[in-house]
Design a protein around this ligand. Structure first.
Ligand code: F6P
Length: 329
């Protein structure tokens, strides 16, 4: 019998986290379940820093980016002592369940707590990276793509005016999901991401040859390469310099950075977050434990939390093949 739920947002914030918080609170309220929200991710849990969340606290937040609960990464939780302490706070607050909204690092934290906590644990995938196995999309991904697209389109204008090559670095830590999706949607000439292998100075020719071919066919014009972060060991700016020197064409780097994490969530993220927040509460009431609430083929599904980090989420193979074909043509 669930009477009290704790929730927190952890790791890189993602547009739509507020929509998920709202859905959890409204769904819980219908079943007379109390909700408390910990501040600053797991840090708030360890420090008993929390607030009660009533429906009036989540009114008019669905359109806001960031997270009203704040977020953080928490190294302490990855020690046995930290996980034990978190479980103690949950027990002391008489919480029957904990919902963690975050990425796979946050889910590892939730699993660590489960070693010491008697209550139920549920994860909701909230990260712009869309790198979590077991759900088609994570909350925040759709907004991040639109933000990236808006910028790439603008860079295309200036790149075209100057007939320059641009490298645009997008986020994703170790996943090329954002880069592949935004790169395809922006009509980027090339996409570089970790899934295609880490680019090294000695195999840079593979990158230069398509640029030279495009120059032969189209003459001078803009050329956009979307680069996922961590794809070139010396960094994207160094790669731009190398390309400039090798081809004698101006090449600029633009590192998009945290702008991709901000902004009002797009409709798809608000809807996904609402669905997963509500589903998480309903499934906890049905006894689910150590599960992630995800969505596959538009249906809400449960996926074992333990599996979320085990398998790397695959990029869309169809788009990968198509992009590689057109880039090498
Ligand atoms: O996981 C989300 C993310 O934005 C990644 O894309 C990026 O690598 C990382 O977080 C950046 O983390 P931080 O904000 O701690 O620098």
């Amino acid at each position: 019998m669930i009477k009290r739920i704790g929730i927190l947002t952890s790791g890189g914030d993602a547009p739509g986290m507020n929509a998920a918080i709202r859905a959890i609170v409204l769904t819980a309220s219908v079943s007379n379940i109390d909700v408390i929200g910990f501040h600053h991710g797991f840090n708030g849990l360890l420090e008993s820093d929390y607030q009660r969340l009533l429906p009036q606290h989540v009114a008019h937040i669905i359109h806001q980016g960031g997270t009203i609960l704040k977020s953080a990464r928490c190294a302490q939780l990855h020690t046995a002592e930290g996980a034990r302490q978190a479980a103690t706070v949950l027990e002391e607050l008489e919480l029957d369940a904990l919902i963690v909204i975050g990425g796979d690092g946050s889910f590892r934290g939730a699993l660590a707590i489960a070693n010491y906590y008697q209550g139920q644990i549920m994860g909701i995938p909230g990260t712009i990276d869309n790198d979590i196995d077991g759900t088609d999309f994570t909350i925040g991904f759709a907004t991040a793509i639109d933000t990236a697209l808006d910028t790439i389109d603008k860079i295309r204008d200036t790149a075209e005016a100057f007939e320059r090559i641009f490298l645009i670095e997008l986020m994703g830590r170790h996943s090329g999901y954002i880069s592949l999706s935004a790169g395809i949607a922006a009509g980027a000439e090339q996409i570089i991401c970790p899934e295609f292998g880490i680019l090294q100075p000695h195999n840079i020719k593979a990158l230069l040859a398509p640029i030279q071919r495009a120059q032969l066919m189209r003459g001078s014009s803009s050329y956009i390469i979307v680069v996922a972060e961590n794809s070139y060991p010396a960094g994207t700016s160094a790669l731009a310099e190398t390309i400039s020197e090798a081809l004698g064409i101006e090449c600029r780097a633009c590192i998009l950075g945290h702008i991709q994490r901000g902004g009002s969530p797009v409709g798809a993220d608000r809807i996904l977050a609402t669905k997963l927040g509500a589903f998480a509460v309903e499934q906890l009431l049905d006894g689910a434990h150590l599960m992630m609430a995800g969505e596959v083929h538009q249906k809400p599904v449960l996926y074992p939390l333990i599996n979320t980090g085990e398998k790397k989420k695959q990029l869309d193979p169809y788009l990968v093949r198509w992009q590689q074909n057109i880039a090498s043509d």
